[in-house]
Structures are given as structure tokens and as C-alpha cells.
Ligand binder design. Structure first.
Ligand code: PRX
Length: 651
């Protein structure tokens, strides 16, 4: 096992913030010996407080916790204003458009743009502290300005990924009771314009809490304007003042909501608050990517996901780094695009998802060799387990065997990384997230006993103490928050946080994440709840029942496999194909392209227990083509398994 470890590059390590495992262990010890003291030291050092806090951690109402209560700060100030004195002319954001257009936005530019945006929201739209603002935007600088403007005036943003459909957007707008939507006419993909504003129009038909829509004109295509509701950002911004005081926010004032899938019901509005979130976003940027003053850092995520929030916008800007924002598609015009960008911008840290690595590997194995990638120091992955062949290619061909690969494990709910190698310290291993970050009490527990499992044993990935950037609530649903993340297991009297992932301990306490233990499917690193997809499929008139499961997929990690029971069966192939098309069309309207089914099989019934519970384990195994060995005698109709198996094999 141990010989599989790759040691950190010593040239890199000598200047790293955490230089070796002794320093790592010293930090872990500090956190173990004096947990609050550990966090206090970093909060005092890293955050530019408007008013000092009274208490580091208040657990009296756990699992609802308060970090740095009584303190006041502002995240936009932390990300922009405080850097002006030393680096106002440094690039904050380097934007590369889909068609190769480029823009460098300095910290001073960012300050002015965000202030103007803040004034626009306040003066023209009447946005006040605590109001919810939905952002449905492409990857353009105005999306970052919008986030930071909300943070500056104390509005709570809720970004909806631009690939989500009008129905998905409508659900999120309604749940958050948003009063404003910020969008764009559209943007460019593979040099062609695509549209977002029509999706917003559709989402706002009928009753809606939204009063005003701000439209950034990016591709200048024709859009419909609703009088008194829709306004052009390009027009309104012209006469705005570049002066706007940052609102002093309480440490525990909400910063944003981000909807994510759970195993049941509709997506949950994960709430992150001000101080704890920004502290950990900044600390993990510094520790895990080890970005230096003159570095250029690129994370390829979309701002619609948590990775884009924490590691394109908030983390990099909080630490005063230069962050790349990319509008385009990384495989366009060819799979050399990211490496061409690395060469051109002399990128030092590159962060992407295993799905992207697999696609870049499969479609452009030799592309990295065509470019000068010598600027790279740290390569990151996130969102799903990475398979060893993709890891090796990333390490050897992209990183030229000298860059650390940081396999960062975390979730929307954790706000930032929780288990990850440190690039100058941790010996790495293909497809292994390695060790908990200092300050994060992450442990693999037996779900029944709550005991930590031993080496070689698997259990549930948990966190046994609250940490600053953890989810603070599910918007509008305290019960769901408690039920979704905290079971009956306690440790030293504290409720234990359950991630929903399985994990296994290897040698030296190394952690390998094995995937979700619930009904969440991870498609290309994006979370899809089975309940959401099933609800969409059930909207088809001829669907009586449905169960969807994940199935391993060569590029996407997992694909979606649907077992569907039809009300009336015509038994002809053309008819079945037509129904499949109709079902996928419904999914596209209800959720978006990311939730389209890769496989659909029409079955006579689903395998149910006598109490009516669908045996998903059996369906997952059948989707993988595995033989069913488990006992099926508890099923209402044990013969159904053989029938489904035959249909899956024939499909
Ligand atoms: O299953 C884990 C997987 O992604 C889930 C979180 O998804 P989401 O909230 O959308 O956030 C994605 C970006 C942080 C987790 O529950 N996951 C995330 N990172 C890894 C991972 N699985 C394995 N290895 C990782 N490094």
C-alpha cells in the first residue's frame, strides 16, 4: 500500500504554507487540545472585523450553532475593500469568454463595479438587507459582481445553475420568496449565442414573488421586455455612483442559499451564513491550493454550484488572489483548450471535476504535451470519486509528475473542503481524499453504534464537532435540517453531522470516499435526487410508477437508470421509443438536461416489499448487470426480479 504514495514535491513544499506532516499534525493537535482557541486565532488573523465577536462558538441550541456571535463584518469588504491598500491594481478576476475575448478586472475595478451594482439594487430595485435575490446567470464577470453586491448590501443571494429549467427555477424562486431575479439575455456556448432570459420569463408566469428582473445584455440577442418588471443592467448601471458603504453584517446573518438535492422531496435551500463561511473559504484556499501573491488560479466550475461560490468567487477573492472566470466549454474548440489557457495565462493552480478529467483524457490524451504547462503547481479535483487511470493521467501528463493532486472531498453543506491532501505536506495516493483538514473533526463512524471504524473498515463519513462553514439551516424548514443531517448518534453529547457518504479507512487513517449511501445520484459531479427525477417522470400521462437509480457511467461517473411501469402497454418498439422521448422532454422542462435518463426500461412492476417499500438495492444491482444473490423472499412478488432482469438484459 505505502509504495503507492507519491511524496510532495520538495521544491514546492519548502515555500508552502503547511510544509510537512509535522506541521499538519501540530495543527491537528492544536485543534484537538483547544478547539475554540484554534478557530479564534484564525478568525482574529484572517477576518477584518468591523466589530469584534463576543463568543467563538455557541452550541447551546445544537445542531443550530452560532460562530463568532456578536461580531460584525462584511463579506464584500473582506473580499475587495481590504485589499485596496496593498493591491488595488492586481487582477482580481481574469475573464476569458467563450470566443476567446478577455478582460482583466483589477481589485479597484471590482470595487467600483460591485459598488455600482449595489447602488443599483438599492436605489432602483429597493433591495434591502435580508431580501432574497435569485441569480440565474452565465459565467460572466457580472455574475460575480451580482453575488458581491448582494453580500455588500446584506441581501441573500440564491444562485440557480443556468442549466436548470424554468420549472426548477420557479421552484427555487418560490421557496426562497425572491423579490428580484438577476439574469442575462444569454451568453455564448461554442461560439453560438444561447438564451437565459426566456427561461426566466417562463418561470415567472402566473403568480410569483418576483417584482423586478435585471437583465445583463451579454449576447445582445432579441428578448422580450416586460414593462415595469424588466430592466437593462447596461442602461441602469451607467449613472450609478461607485461609492457604496458595506453593510455591517452580524456573523450569523445569512450570506446565501444554494438549493441542492437530498434523497427525498424537493431540493433543499442550504443556508450559509457570513463569518464562518468566509473564514473557511479563505483558509482552505490558502491551505489546499496554496496560492501565492503572484499566482493565477483557475477553477472550471460554474458559479451555479457550491464549488463556483467558494472556489471561484469567495475563497480566492477573500485571500486576495487572481481568479479566472471562464464562460466557455473546456473541450471546445478541442480538448486542448484548458491547456492552451494554462499556457497563456501561466496558471498555477487548476481545479476541476473527475468528469472533466475523464473527458479531457479520452478525447485529448496527447493534448497536454502540446502546451507549456510548467507554471502548474497544484491540481485539484472535486465532486465525485476519481478513478485511478484518470488520476494517473492528470498526475503524469498534466502535472508532469511534479504537481500535487488535491482530491478535495466536501459538499454544498460543508461550505468548503473537509477532507483533502495539503499540497506541500500530504503524501498522496490515486483516488484518495487522504486526511481531514486541521480543525475538521471528520471521522468514519459505524452508523449503528456511532463508534469510529477501524482500518480497512467502511462506515459513514461524519463530522463530530460543528465547524465554521457548516450549513446553518434548510431555508424555512428547521425540522428537515435536523432530520437530513443529524441522526440519533451523538459524540460527547454533540449531535453528529452525517454527510450521506460512505467511506473507508486505509493505512495511516487515509480516507477513501466510496459514494453516497442514500438515494442521491452523482451525475458528472452534480447531485440529483432520485425523488426529483421520479416526480418529473410521473408527470407523463402513461406512467403508473417509477424508480430511478444510479448506474456507473464511463464519463459521467454515474448515469440515471429509470425503471418505469406504464399504465397501458402497447408492446411495440416505436411506441416505446416515442414514450421515452416524451419522458426525457418532460425531464428537460421540469429539471434540465443534466437530469436526462441514460437508460429507461419499461417493467411490469417494481420490486416492492410487502409493506410497499421499493427495493432499490435490487434495482441498482440489476442496472449494473449484477446477478441478484440476496434474499428476495420478502418481496411481494419475488418473480418480478427475474422478469426485470430479462428486460434489462434485452434493453
Ligand atoms: O458524494 C460526495 C461527492 O459529491 C457530494 C456533494 O455534492 P455537492 O453538494 O453537489 O458538492 C459538490 C462539490 C463539493 C458528496 O456528498 N463528492 C464531492 N467531492 C468528492 C466526492 N466524492 C468523492 N471524492 C470527492 N473528492
Amino acid at each position: 500500500m505505502l509504495q503507492e504514495l507519491y511524496q510532495p514535491n520538495q521544491d514546492f513544499a519548502k515555500d508552502a504554507r503547511i510544509k510537512n506532516m509535522d506541521e499538519y499534525h501540530a495543527l491537528v493537535k492544536k485543534a484537538t487540545d483547544d478547539y475554540e482557541g484554534f478557530w479564534k486565532a484564525f478568525a482574529d488573523e484572517k477576518i477584518d472585523w468591523f466589530k469584534p465577536y463576543d463568543k467563538v462558538l455557541d452550541e447551546s441550541n445544537a445542531p443550530f450553532v452560532k460562530w463568532f456571535d456578536g461580531g460584525k463584518l462584511n463579506v464584500a469588504h473582506q473580499c475587495i475593500d481590504r485589499h485596496l491598500e496593498t493591491q488595488k491594481n492586481k487582477a482580481a478576476i481574469i475573464f476569458e469568454g467563450d470566443r476567446g475575448d478577455k478582460q482583466v478586472i483589477t481589485y479597484l475595478d471590482l470595487y467600483e463595479e460591485v459598488n455600482k451594482f449595489s447602488n443599483l439594487l438599492k436605489e432602483d430595485f429597493g433591495v434591502q438587507k435580508g431580501d432574497r435575490v435569485v441569480i440565474y446567470m452565465p459565467m460572466i464577470p457580472e455574475a460575480a459582481y451580482a453575488m458581491l453586491a448582494c453580500a455588500r448590501i446584506g441581501a441573500i443571494h440564491s444562485i440557480v445553475f443556468g442549466g436548470f429549467s424554468s420549472e426548477a427555477l420557479r421552484d427555487r424562486i418560490e421557496d426562497a420568496e425572491a423579490k428580484v431575479v438577476i439574469t442575462a439575455d444569454g451568453a455564448y456556448r461554442k461560439t453560438k449565442p444561447y438564451m437565459l432570459k426566456p427561461v426566466v420569463d417562463e418561470a415567472l408566469t402566473g403568480e410569483t414573488p418576483v417584482e423586478k428582473v435585471l437583465v445583463v445584455e451579454r449576447n445582445h440577442e432579441e428578448v422580450t421586455w416586460v414593462e415595469g418588471r424588466d430592466y437593462s443592467y447596461n442602461e441602469l448601471i451607467k449613472n450609478k455612483s461607485a461609492q457604496c458603504d458595506a453593510e455591517p453584517m452580524e456573523s450569523e446573518d445569512p450570506l446565501f442559499l444554494l438549493y441542492t438535492s437530498g434523497s427525498t422531496g424537493k431540493p433543499k435551500g442550504v443556508q450559509h451564513n457570513t463569518a464562518g463561511y468566509i473564514l473557511w473559504a479563505q483558509m482552505t484556499m490558502e491551505w489546499v491550493f496554496d496560492v501565492k501573491q503572484n499566482d493565477t488560479y483557475w477553477c472550471t466550475a460554474d458559479i451555479g454550484w457550491i464549488t463556483g461560490h467558494t472556489y471561484i468567487v469567495y475563497g480566492p477573492l477573500a485571500m486576495g488572489a487572481t481568479t479566472i472566470m471562464f464562460e466557455g466549454v473546456i473541450t471546445f474548440p478541442d480538448a486542448g483548450r484548458p491547456w492552451k489557457m494554462v499556457e497563456e495565462h501561466k496558471i498555477n493552480q487548476f481545479y476541476t471535476a473527475p468528469t472533466a478529467i475523464r473527458v479531457l483524457h479520452k478525447t485529448g490524451e496527447d493534448e497536454p504535451a502540446k502546451y507549456d504547462l510548467s507554471s502548474l503547481k497544484v491540481l485539484g479535483t472535486v465532486g465525485e470519486p476519481i478513478d485511478p487511470p484518470a488520476w494517473k493521467w492528470y498526475y503524469e501528463e498534466v502535472g508532469q509528475s511534479k504537481c500535487a493532486i488535491v482530491d478535495t472531498y466536501w459538499q454544498t453543506e460543508t461550505g468548503g473542503h473537509i477532507v483533502s491532501p495539503l499540497p506541500g505536506a500530504t503524501p498522496i495516493k490515486p483516488a484518495c481524499a487522504t486526511l481531514p483538514l486541521p480543525g475538521i473533526m471528520a471521522e468514519i463512524l459505524d452508523p449503528e453504534t456511532g463508534e469510529k471504524v477501524g482500518e480497512g473498515e467502511s462506515g459513514y463519513m461524519c463530522v463530530t464537532r460543528p465547524w465554521p462553514s457548516q450549513i446553518r439551516g434548510v431555508w424555512g424548514d428547521d425540522e428537515r435540517f435536523k432530520k437530513s443531517y443529524f441522526g440519533d448518534v451523538t459524540k460527547e453529547g454533540r449531535p453528529v453531522y452525517f454527510t450521506g457518504d460512505g467511506a473507508i479507512y486505509g493505512e495511516n487513517g487515509y480516507i477513501t470516499i466510496t459514494g453516497r449511501t442514500d438515494d442521491v445520484i452523482n451525475v458528472s459531479g452534480h447531485r440529483m435526487g432520485t425523488a426529483e427525477v421520479e416526480a418529473a417522470i410521473k408527470k407523463h400521462d402513461n406512467v403508473a410508477a417509477v424508480a430511478v437509480v444510479g448506474k456507473p457511467h464511463e464519463l459521467k461517473g454515474e448515469g440515471i437508470f429509470a425503471y418505469i411501469v406504464l399504465k397501458s402497454v402497447k408492446d411495440d418498439v416505436a411506441n416505446e421509443l416515442e414514450t421515452m422521448k416524451e419522458i426525457n422532454a418532460i425531464i428537460k422542462t421540469e429539471i434540465g438536461n443534466i437530469a436526462l435518463c441514460d437508460d429507461m426500461v419499461f417493467v411490469p412492476d417494481l420490486p416492492k416489499t410487502r409493506s410497499g417499500k421499493i427495493m432499490r438495492r435490487i434495482l441498482r444491482a440489476l442496472a449494473k448487470g449484477e446477478k441478484i444473490t440476496q434474499d428476495t423472499s420478502t418481496l411481494e412478488d419475488p418473480t418480478i426480479v427475474g422478469q426485470i432482469e430479462a428486460l434489462v438484459n434485452a434493453s
